[in-house]
Design a protein around this ligand. Structure first.
Ligand code: ADP
Ligand code: MG
Length: 674
């Protein structure tokens, strides 16, 4: 089972407990309820159903009455549950032909274990190990080990109100009460999270100590003029973010900051401010976006925001020259590329905006000062590192509109500082969201809304999950939907089509036409999900909405409600699962990205958020980023306090030893280096 040491054994924690104080008697079982019973196997019959499925029927008796258990496709149960074996059966009580029955109950053989609360260990059928054998060995280890060293410095036990290690290890394996098992778990969870946070915090502090960055000067003329030329006032949140980023830029260490702001909160402006701070001081800026559509849009937005700003240049008569921005995507022509690369190399291109084309080896800057990565979750770790590598000391700002729950920000993004834009520009009203289940009739409300808004000079999106009609998946394709809507629903409106498989120039043309107001309705796939900014669009219809996740729906909806006008979002289609019911309900209920992120975390669990980086590499055996979210926060606070007082854990030999022993070497690279 991969258990080779005493440590492996004592950290092989019970999967759950059988609480005999909550055990039911078979006589009292009620149909429809879940129940746990301890009973003896009386009779076992193996056979096959008419569909040739293996079926094992087991009658069990607990002294009060009989219960019938049926197992499908588990022929090995006949060997496991031999006559006379004692086991705990957990499942839903059904009535079948007048008898009470459980179908495929969870079974735990308990053997001759006594005690009121019995731990059930993850066991291995293959190795032929049972939960009680494991339990006995663990108990033996605990008896011999006696007291455990406790690496958590004294005062913390009281401050955090957690139990000591000896209690924790003993009670998690052999709890006196369920309450004691919970207290034990809490302590061990804290230990796991603390190790992780110590590793992250130590690395963070080390980078701050060692890496030397550019000391940019803020408050220059360029940024001042840029802000003065804007048609609107900065929001308070934008000011705060700019100030916070400014401190990083001025500071002696390279910035590693995540700018998190809900869709429409105005991140681009903050990013451009950071880029211009670099340009003011003679450095260059790079702005990378995940799609061509978005990069081109940023190109346009930046060009219009910057107007005719000039940058200082000693070599000219006037002492300045026009700011030069360039766009690099896969559509950039060979000739343009040559010019652009030359400009980057001699420093006359101040700002480079583009897609992952920026990462190519030939793209070399004279002096890269600030890097901005938009919608960072769309890029892999390597891609982000590659861009960072183009300017050794460059300050890096990554941005995301996909809210990252606080706990995840502290773990997966533990090496990033976080700034949150928690305020939308004034005048925005929350998007009115309606989930229209049912058929044509219900959907006509959405169609009528589009017609009304277009009549008032506004525009609309219709989003479809797939490009082509597929037999397998009953989802409306953008193409088919485009044709149907044009012919049957809005014959007099101007419709356009946009999907990822179109040639770049057609995509660009469709976006340009929509932006220019030459199209009323844009029928699109999720290519419009990120960043598309057309404030005049006020309605969005999302077809087969249950095929999208929470984050995706929230992103999509963010394409409307970007101007001062009231906007609408219609989710069409039934929920196909309880989970999608919850998802669509949440989207309809709230437009708060952070609330939705929490809902998403609840629905999906943390596996998807942790991702490949952490999975299996850290030693999180008990801790759950979802269940234990407040403990992540606490562990991080403890880690900062400890590390800031004792950067290399010289005064905390036990903690240091434990990190060395338990952390993945890559995660704990600092320990081996120091
Ligand atoms: P996101 O954070 O989603 O990337 P954008 O930067 O695209 O948001 O900004 C959304 C829209 O809000 C843009 O049209 C932008 O010009 C506008 N905007 C940004 N800041 C402000 C502000 N302070 N006041 C009014 N409008 C703003
Ligand atoms: Mg954006």
């Amino acid at each position: 089972m991969g258990i080779t040491t005493v440590l492996d054994l004592v950290t092989h924690y019970p999967r759950r407990y059988i609480d005999r104080t909550h055990q039911a008697e078979i006589r009292d079982l009620k149909v429809g309820e879940e129940a746990l019973v301890l009973a003896k196997v009386k009779r076992v019959v193996s056979r096959r159903t008419r569909q040739r499925r293996a079926m094992v029927e087991v009658d069990v008796f607990d002294g009060s009455s009989y219960l019938h258990c049926v197992f499908f496709n588990q022929p090995w149960r006949a060997k496991q549950l031999t006559e006379g074996a004692e086991a705990v059966f957990f499942g839903k009580v059904e009535a079948f032909r007048g008898r009470r029955q459980m179908t495929n109950p969870v079974v735990d053989l308990v053997g001759n274990r006594t005690g009121r609360i019995v731990p059930v260990y993850p066991q291995s059928e293959k190795a032929g190990l049972t939960t009680w054998e494991l339990g006995e060995w663990v108990e033996e280890c605990l008896t011999r080990a006696k007291d455990f060293a406790d690496p958590l410095p004294g005062g913390w036990l009281d401050r955090l109100d957690v139990v000591d290690r000896t209690f924790a290890f003993n009670q998690i394996h052999n709890p006196e009460s369920m309450e004691a098992s919970r207290a034990a778990r809490q302590r061990l969870v804290l230990d796991e999270l603390l190790r992780m946070q110590l590793a992250l915090v130590m690395r963070k502090r080390r980078i701050e100590r060692e890496a030397k960055g550019i000391r940019h000067r803020t408050g220059g003329e360029l940024v001042r003029r840029f802000h003065a030329a804007l048609a609107f006032e900065l929001t308070g949140a934008q000011r705060r973010a700019i100030a916070e980023i400014g401190r990083d830029l001025e500071g002696p260490h390279p910035m590693h900051r995540l700018l998190q702001g809900d869709v429409g909160s105005g991140k681009t402006l903050v990013a451009v401010t950071a880029l211009l701070t670099a340009v003011q001081g003679g450095y260059q800026g790079a702005f990378m976006a995940p799609t061509e559509v978005l990069a081109e849009q940023h190109g346009l937005a930046v060009a219009s925001m910057l107007g005719d700003l000039a940058v200082p240049d000693e070599a000219t008569l006037t002492g300045d020259r026009p700011l030069r921005t360039a766009l690099l995507t896969n559509r950039t022509t060979a000739a343009e590329r040559v010019r652009l690369l030359a400009g980057l190399a001699d420093g006359t291109v101040d700002l480079l905006i583009g897609t992952h084309a920026l990462l190519e080896e030939k793209v070399a800057f004279r002096a890269l000062g600030v890097v901005v990565i938009d919608e960072q979750h769309r890029f892999g770790v390597e891609q982000r590192a590659a861009l960072r590598g183009k300017g050794e000391d460059a300050d890096v700002l990554v941005m995301t509109a996909t809210p990252i729950p606080r706990t995840a920000a502290m773990t997966v993004y533990g090496d990033l500082d976080v700034t949150v834009l928690d305020e939308l520009p004034p005048g925005r009203t929350p998007v009115v969201t309606r989930w229209l289940k049912g058929g044509e009739l219900e959907q006509s409300e959405a169609y009528a809304r589009v017609s009304d808004e277009v009549r008032d000079g506004r525009q609309a999106y219709v989003v479809c999950p797939l490009v082509e009609e597929s037999d397998k998946i009953q989802a409306r394709s953008a193409k088919a939907e485009y044709e149907r809507l044009a012919a049957e629903v809005w014959p007099s409106l101007r419709l356009g089509l946009l999907h990822g498989q179109m040639p770049s120039k057609d995509k660009e043309a469709a976006m340009a036409a929509f932006r220019a107001g030459e199209l009323d309705v844009l029928v699109a796939t999720t290519v419009i999900e990120v960043g598309v900014d057309v404030p005049n669009a006020t309605v969005m219809i999302i077809q087969d909405a249950d095929r999208f996740g929470v984050a995706q729906l929230h992103q999509l909806r963010g394409r409307v409600g970007r101007g001062a006008d009231r906007s609408y979002c219609y989710l069409l289609g039934e929920a196909t699962t309880a989970e999608s019911e919850e998802r669509l309900g949440a989207i309809e209920r709230t437009t708060d990205g952070f609330e939705l992120a929490e809902v998403d975390l609840d629905i999906r669990g943390e596996g998807t958020i942790l991702g490949a980086r952490q999975k299996g590499r850290s030693d999180l055996k008990l801790a759950s980023l979802r269940r234990d979210r407040e403990w992540v926060v606490r562990a991080r606070e403890v880690a900062f306090e400890i590390v800031d007082a004792d950067p290399l854990l010289g005064d905390h030999p036990l903690l240091r030893e434990e990190l060395r022993l338990l952390m993945d070497p890559d995660e704990a690279e600092f320990l081996f280096k120091s």
